[in-house]
Write a protein that binds this ligand. Structure first.
Ligand SMILES: NC(=O)c1ccc[n+]([C@@H]2O[C@H](COP(=O)([O-])OP(=O)(O)OC[C@H]3O[C@@H](n4cnc5c(N)ncnc54)[C@H](O)[C@@H]3O)[C@@H](O)[C@H]2O)c1
Length: 355
């Protein structure tokens, strides 16, 4: 077992305790300290978890006991922290979305590659055992011809969620439901069904007056494999229900609700299928009713993978390279909604989440 891989956390807000608990629960990881531009937030978190407060990002980056930097700042600020951390020789795990444009994402990937550091992203739903079972079934061709890959996220966030911190209510910070919450499930669709060819989306605000962001999105994705995808996203639907991922093909159907397999049926029934039908935990919160309404186990698996990967030649299991296409689909959705027409991929590297 690796001993004491030190982690520093940049941004001590809502998600930071999930990172800290994930690192604490890992084998070989250790939280060294946190940094936040609002010192009082860093101090509060540091006191609660008995870790250090770094007075600046620079001091975190100069500390040789910090091997990995977790970036948990608002979406539009990931880039700067990632690039500075990589240039200081730190491995990096960034929160989603990696950045606000493909150009920024590519720049971050390039800097990490040149610095020879690992660069992963917390799209942690990918590591759920139910998702891994679906991925194996896709790779084994068990769906036959894949016809549908759909994501339904009918969630609730109260008005205060959007007003509690300035950036949460701003399109320029990447805070609409499509990129802020839906990103995870759009990511699962591209992870499972492959690249998208065309995207058509409509976006509205139905439940959060005075906030100039979409809290609802409805999209249709055509994948290059020939499958169609329906994406329905909302944070306006009280009390919020677990997400559903539905995969249908000529030879099989799989449905995940929350993190649990609800339907698992293939023409070629296999001995392992009975066990797969029991995967997931229906009582594990997966974010439907509130931003902090989730467990940290999936984050822990991403953290553990980073620890295990350090010192080896292999890439992290959720590299930012593999998440780039999710951002591309999201960018195409925003363009489509704005222009009122389908958008074909690729989109321009310079499109941003607010252009
Ligand atoms: N993976 C998930 O399931 C998940 C869930 C929630 C949030 N997130 C992501 O985590 C990130 C943070 O979200 P949050 O909900 O914790 O936000 P938050 O507003 O609660 O916390 C962000 C913190 O960053 C601090 N900050 C701002 N600029 C900074 C800077 N330049 N350097 C250091 N600190 C800075 C703020 O003061 C704040 O304390 C976002 O990218 C969000 O998308 C991911």
């Amino acid at each position: 077992m690796k001993a004491n891989i030190g982690f520093g956390i940049v941004g001590a807000g809502l998600i930071a305790p999930f990172h800290i608990n994930a690192i604490k629960d890992s084998r070989g990881g250790k939280v060294i300290g946190v940094f936040d531009v609002v010192m009082a937030r860093a101090e509060q978190v540091a006191e609660k978890y008995a870790v250090r407060v770094f007075p600046s990002l620079q001091e975190m980056l100069e500390d040789s006991s910090v091997t990995v930097v977790c970036v948990a700042t608002p979406n539009h600020l990931h880039r700067d922290a990632v690039i500075r951390a990589a240039k200081a020789g730190k491995h990096v795990l960034t929160e989603k979305p990696p950045a606000m444009s493909l150009r920024e994402t590519d720049e971050m990937i390039d800097v990490c590659q040149k610095a020879n550091v690992k660069f992963g992203c917390f799209v942690q739903c990918r590591v759920r055992s139910a998702v891994q079972a679906m991925k194996s079934a896709v790779d084994a061709g068990r769906f036959g011809k894949l016809l549908h890959a759909d994501a339904y996220m009918k969630w609730f966030r109260p008005q205060e969620y959007y007003t509690s911190d300035g950036w949460r209510g701003q399109q320029q910070s990447g805070s609409g439901v499509t990129v802020a919450q839906g990103f995870h499930y759009i990511d699962l669709l591209q992870y499972l069904a492959g690249r998208a060819r065309t995207v058509e989306a409509r976006m509205t605000n139905i439940g959060h007056p005075g906030i100039s962001l979409e809290d609802e999105a409805l999209a249709r994705i055509q994948f290059t494999c020939g499958a169609e995808g329906v994406v329905q996203l909302s944070t306006a639907l009280w009390p919020g229900t677990d997400i559903r991922i539905e995969m249908n093909g000529t030879d099989g159907t799989a449905v995940m609700v929350g993190e649990k397999i609800q339907t698992w049926k293939f023409r070629d029934e296999r001995p392992e299928d009975e066990q797969i039908r029991t995967l997931g935990n229906s009582s594990q919160a997966t974010g439907a009713g509130g931003a902090a309404d989730l467990g940290h186990r999936d984050h822990m698996i991403v953290v553990q993978d980073m620890i295990d990967c350090i010192g080896s030649d292999r890439e992290v299991v959720i590299s930012v390279v593999s998440v780039r296409h999710t951002l591309e689909i999201v960018l195409a959705m925003y363009q489509s909604a704005k222009q009122g027409r389908p958008v074909s991929l690729p989109v321009s590297d310079d499109d941003t989440l607010w252009s």
